[in-house]
Design a protein around this ligand. Structure first.
Ligand code: CP
Length: 312
């Protein structure tokens, strides 16, 4: 079962380029399904999927649940705050219970890097990483790449900048792996202390001058600045961050060039991105959200669906 090299989707570091290509291509097929009057196909009828969210999520959680229902799977939701985890139950006990319930697939978000890999060792079910701490967020990077491909018709040869707190970002790491495998060039931009030391060994370049980066890039993927890191010596103030790295309308207008603006959400409007930019013509942020459902249908279908055959 499954038409990809790996049984699980833990990260893009170990996902071959041909599988990334297949996931994106199949994502476009499911985009067509989402444009139909009846947006549901029987591909995963009889499959049981559990969504395990040990950390808050809006987009990823809703998007997975919608994707699973569009594929006719049976869906169970689990959130840490509403479970026995709050009574001290550990991850292993929780997953063993889920295993006993004979789930076919577990989609998990967890604050601990490596937790999805750990889970995959405890259960027979297919494991999909919905974000594990500061490690990877592969489904976000796949939807980002699908959205770039939709806009430009290609990924190869494009210049993509990722702007913000790279050090704490799982979105950044998955995009770095994925984009480069698909032939794009990646530059990271942010406060120097929020760029991991030695990250260039992954093949990316680093430039802390946002105006030079805007001049170079075809698209900017603007990351959320985590407010919990402000005022504790990591980011001195909102105003200072916005002055040096904020994607403001004035800053974009000064460059007089076409550029695509992306953001994985949730956004801090007025900090890393202005509302006029987020809601403006250059932004594809809501396309990313729609493509998120299609790419998650693609991931579930290719990991759990029939080996070959047409999407219903
Ligand atoms: N982009 C993203 O992962 O958003 P959520 O935290 O709302 O799922």
């Amino acid at each position: 079962m499954g038409s990809l090299k790996n049984k699980h989707l833990i990260g893009l570091e170990h996902t071959p380029a041909k599988d990334i290509q297949k996931l994106i291509d199949t994502g476009f097929t499911f985009r067509e399904v989402l444009d139909r009057p009846i947006k549901k196909v029987p591909s995963l009828t009889g499959k049981n999927i559990v969504n395990l969210f040990f950390e808050n999520s809006t987009r990823t959680r809703i998007s997975f649940e919608l994707a699973e229902k569009r594929l006719s799977a049976d869906v169970t939701n689990f959130s840490a705050s509403a479970s026995s985890v709050s009574k001290g139950e550990g991850l292993k006990d929780t997953v063993q219970n889920i295993h006993a319930m004979k789930m076919d697939c577990a989609v998990m978000r967890h604050p601990v890097p490596g937790s999805c890999l750990q889970l995959s060792k405890f259960v027979d079910a297919v494991v999909i990483n919905a974000g594990d701490g500061t490690h990877e967020h592969p489904t976000q990077a796949l939807l980002d790449m699908m959205s770039i491909k939709e806009k430009f018709g290609k990924l190869k040869g494009l210049n993509i900048a990722i702007v913000g707190d790279i050090l704490h970002s799982r979105v950044a790491l998955s995009n770095i792996y994925g984009l480069q495998k698909m032939g794009a060039k990646v530059t990271l931009c942010g406060p120097p202390h929020l760029i991991p030391r030695g990250i260039q060994k992954l093949g990316v370049s680093v430039n802390s001058d946002i105006d030079e980066v805007i001049e170079w890039a075809d698209a900017l993927n603007v990351l959320r600045i985590q407010r919990e890191r402000m005022g504790v010596g990591i980011i001195p103030s909102v105003r200072e961050y916005r002055d040096f790295f904020g994607i403001t309308q004035e800053r974009l207008d000064a460059h007089k060039k076409e550029i695509v603006i992306m953001h994985p959400g949730p956004m801090n409007r007025g900090v890393e991105i202005d509302s006029s930019v987020a809601d403006g013509d250059q932004a594809i942020i809501l396309d990313q959200v729609l493509n998120g459902v299609a790419i998650r249908m693609s991931i579930l279908y290719l990991l759990l669906g029939p080996d070959e055959g047409e999407v219903g």
